[in-house]
Design a protein around this ligand. Structure first.
Ligand code: 5GP
Length: 202
């Protein structure tokens, strides 16, 4: 894959263990930065209340695999229970070309792929202050079966180690106080945006 250096907007990847508060953080960042939040495609079934095209594009496996083959995904990975998750490439490229900040809420494997294609991407890993906090948030949101929750919690420990070792993340931010976390992330993204502008001579 060729590095895309013509993009003008800033691409942000946000990852973190399940239950760390990524979705809330993303929504707040979208409002503060007037950013575009990418809607991922997935083969996992919708949870109650999730809407196709808003939360995810819910696709059949064959459809997802056709999009991989056609090169229509910026990145993709099998995240939980062998289900595919991926970022549709076109809306991201269009928004970046229009100078917008684009936020991807994706896992580590996806971030590694994005970082290769967009070396200037701002890669963020969100951490919970303690494992107990994370467990409480996960149980509190009541979206998953006990089995799915256990898988997510078990995966979280190894994930944090992997995030630190893989070299894809430029920033690790502890999400202790939401307002404070948002302020710090906004500062990181704005700093990257001005550096990006200087480098591309805009
Ligand atoms: P959930 O099933 O809870 O909606 O999402 C689980 C995890 O899948 C998210 O926390 C995120 O890390 C990951 N994920 C969501 N969308 C994408 C995507 O487009 N690509 C990749 N690689 N991971 C994703």
């Amino acid at each position: 894959m060729v590095a895309d250096r013509t993009a003008q907007g800033v691409l942000v990847c946000l990852s973190g263990p399940s239950g760390v508060g990524k979705s809330t953080v993303c929504q707040r960042l979208v409002r503060r930065l007037d950013a575009m939040l990418s809607v991922s495609a997935t083969t996992r079934p919708p949870r109650p209340g999730e809407v196709n095209g808003r939360d995810y594009w819910f696709l059949e496996r064959a459809d997802f695999e056709a999009r991989i083959a056609e090169g229509r995904l910026l990145e993709y990975a099998q995240v939980y229970a062998g289900q595919y998750y991926g970022t549709p490439a076109e809306p991201v490229a269009e928004a970046l070309a229009a100078g917008r900040t684009v936020i991807l809420e994706i896992d580590i494997a996806g971030t590694l792929q994005v970082a290769r294609r967009y070396p200037d991407a701002v890669t963020l890993y969100l951490l919970a202050p303690t494992a107990g906090d994370q467990q409480q948030r996960l149980v509190g949101r009541k979206q998953d079966t006990a089995e799915a929750m256990a898988e997510r919690l078990a995966k979280a420990d190894g994930e944090i180690r992997k995030a630190k070792e893989c070299g894809a993340y430029k920033h690790f931010v502890v999400n202790a106080d939401l307002d404070d976390t948002i302020d710090r992330l906004v500062a990181i993204i704005r700093a990257a945006a001005s550096e990006h502008k200087e480098n591309s001579g805009v």
